[in-house]
Write a protein that binds this ligand. Sequence first.
Ligand SMILES: [Zn+2]
Length: 333
Amino acid sequence: MTAPRLALALATVALAGLAFTAAAQADDGTAEYGSYGGAEYGGYPAQETEPEPEEEPRDPPPSEDLPEPREEPDLQRPDDDGGRPVLSSFSVSTSRLYLYGRAARVKFRIDDEAELVAVALDVRRPGSSVAVRAIDLGMRATGETHVYRLTGREGAALPEGPYEVSLIARDPAGKTLLATPRASAVDVVAFHWHRFPLRGPFSYGDRDARFGAKRNGHTHQGQDLIAAEGTPVVAPRGGVVAKVDFQEGGAGHYVVVDGAGEDDTYVFMHLVAGSITVREGQHVRTGRRLGSVGSTGASSGAHLHFEIWDGTWYGSGKPFDPYPLLKRWDGWS
Ligand SMILES: [Zn+2]
């Protein structure tokens, strides 16, 4: 029986918006490389000590949920095919990926008579035959599980949107990868540059909550998001914590984050006393918890006062209405 001669791309995963160039990283097989804050976060040192909750994990993880692959003699032992490398597993850990956020873990295992095979990830728009990026994963050992941490910043940041990722492999004899039914599943992963700053139910409030609303002696410089006390406040974009402070007659307990790779600065006010989990100068990832919605300072009820500044907060920057961006982010996070 002749095994079907599939072309290169085997395991196809729909990714959503990643930028890739070659990012070959040696690893020892089962070890995860691009550790927290390392390759995954580019130039940002790993300073976060507190483990974060998984970012909307795909449930159930395909690699752990699916039954063992059916015996497919032609595929598993393609003797008549000269022993092509076989893709035994392929999965992506999340369906949502954020720029400067937690990396997606791409797990794969290839079995072959050869000990090493050349592996790459191919990234393209769904339905497109043109690869947007190819990530060279180098020579990988067969017979063991590898994990590649996909950030969407391989090369330069990909535009937002969906992408397909395919695993490509070739053994020393030039034979290409053969998929198994289990390993050819398609996943969809959305890639975004920002996420909504709250994790939990909220409302945008009334006109008085909007940017530009009249206040005593000034105008409102942000958007109020009404939410229950204790609702997690998270970084819409990774970056550096520029300020953690307390202002009794105004902001209460507040945090300022300088967004990475962009000019915007984010401000979060009225947080619960003692809830702030970051410190000034700390590098944080997109989605990182900063604190909890509260009502400290000049506040009459639990809410997040959220500002975005184009430029430095109270430096050369200017605040602008964050509402359109919040509505947009709310659409996917
Ligand atoms: Zn406010």
